[in-house]
Design a protein. Structure first.
Length: 326
């Protein structure tokens, strides 16, 4: 799939609402250098771009970067247009509205640049170098504060007609469910993300303070301060409230992934992100329950595996855009 010399490198950039991270990645998906700086999302478009170039300029001073002109692949918050390289109107980075990010990078550095959202790019990196290596059709989900997904079909990111496909986190599994930030109801993100888990835990402790006392203790007695990671720790310590919440979460994910299997029948499903790592001991249970929500009788032949890349998945994803699609 990678048709470059093994010594070739590229630069991956991961832009978020609070940070810019960048690294040098070789043709095997190994990162040799990593830098991080603050993002200024609420200033001018120029301020936001200066945050990106500040990290890139520093990265390009290291010896590894002096060997050749390296392409730059960028993960940025959506909505964006991966074909034109324009960041459209991301709520987490309001400084950019219709900002031609790849054109600006190419103009400044004189190299080829690529742009996509983080979940799409991470899916590609996993399919090339990570847990999806050897599979042509991959479904990837990053379950963290929210839920983002990416689809790789025949080795290429599936973008849909306009580049807006694969918003799997906003697939509704309960149309009477809680409101999601996207405006719909009962999205899997509104039920099984880290934000949703914490919200349900707070509600459970507030409803029955005595039963929820162990979990509340982790938040210094204030239910409003309960966070998702506390639920994971409490469940590992056999707290019944936390265990029930995680069991409900596994149930929601089983319904959702059952729909994914029946719609796409991918060769592998990869789960990344902080919540997925917390749920990793429960993957076997999730696979068992998944069978009850699939028409596809061969769903047990589709591996459900943890992602290879962790917090640096955006950097690896940006680099993969250049290696595979460049």
């Amino acid at each position: 799939m990678i048709e470059r010399d093994a010594a070739a490198c590229t630069i991956g950039v991961d832009i978020g609402g609070t940070k810019v991270a960048a690294g040098i990645v070789d043709a095997d998906g190994t990162m040799s250098r990593y830098l991080r700086g603050p993002m200024n999302p609420r200033g001018s478009a120029e301020d936001g771009f200066a945050a990106v170039t500040g990290v890139l300029d520093e990265l390009l001073t290291v010896p590894e970067a002096g060997r050749a002109k390296m392409a730059i692949g960028v993960c940025a918050p959506g909505p964006l247009d991966p074909r034109s390289g324009v960041v459209l109107n991301p709520p987490n980075v309001p400084c950019w509205r219709g900002f031609p990010l790849t054109a600006e990078i190419e103009r400044r550095y004189g190299v080829k640049a690529k742009l996509d959202n983080d979940a799409n790019a991470a899916a590609l990196a996993e399919s090339v170098w990570g847990a999806g290596r050897g599979f042509r059709n991959v479904f990837y989900a990053c379950i963290g504060t929210g839920i983002g997904t990416g689809i790789v079909l025949d080795g290429k990111i599936f973008h849909g007609r306009t580049g807006s496909a694969a918003e799997g986190g906003h697939v509704t599994i309960d149309f009477r469910g809680p409101a999601c930030n996207c405006g719909k109801k009962g999205c899997i993100e509104a039920l099984a993300s880290g934000t949703a888990i914490a919200r349900r835990a707070r509600a459970a402790v507030s409803q029955d303070p005595e039963k929820g006392a162990p979990l509340a203790a982790m938040a210094e007695g204030d239910a409003a301060r309960i966070r998702c990671e506390m639920v994971g720790r409490a469940a590992a310590a056999r707290d019944p409230v936390a265990q029930q919440i995680l069991d409900e979460t596994i149930g929601y994910l089983a319904v959702w992934l059952g729909n994914i299997v029946d719609l796409l029948e991918p060769e592998v499903m990869i789960l990344g992100g902080g919540v997925s790592e917390m749920l990793r001991p429960h993957f076997a249970n999730l696979e068992v329950r998944l069978k009850d929500w699939c028409v596809n009788s061969r769903c047990d032949q589709i591996p459900l595996v943890p992602a290879h890349y962790g917090e640096n998945s955006g950097i690896a994803g940006g680099a993969a855009l250049c290696f595979v699609q460049g």
